[in-house]
Design a protein around this ligand. Structure first.
Ligand code: SF4
Ligand code: SF4
Length: 75
């Protein structure tokens, strides 16, 4: 699916819920810490994303969301 997964790392609390609710294992917690010391998620396989919106719905900190990419139209 033609999607872009956006993560604002500074909003993240490192709870890992987005990772847990993703049925297709698109996300994982990285070793990267934000300025508050929380481990932030990263996208490991965007091509597996179903655009189900579960990660977005469950993130209490509005730190992750999914956008559908606009299709490129030939001139
Ligand atoms: S659900 Fe939100 S706060 Fe929790 S790890 Fe994912 S992006 Fe961070
Ligand atoms: S939109 Fe669904 S499939 Fe895509 S990363 Fe979020 S939870 Fe996973």
């Amino acid at each position: 699916m033609n999607v872009e997964i956006c993560i604002i790392k500074e909003r993240c609390k490192g709870c890992g819920i987005c990772v847990e609710v993703c049925q297709t294992d698109v996300l994982e917690l990285s070793d990267e810490l934000n300025s508050q010391g929380y481990r932030t998620p990263r996208v490991k396989s965007a091509e597996e994303c179903l655009n189900c919106g579960m990660c977005e719905m469950f993130c209490a900190d509005f730190a992750i969301w999914v956008m559908t990419k606009a299709e490129e139209v030939g001139a």
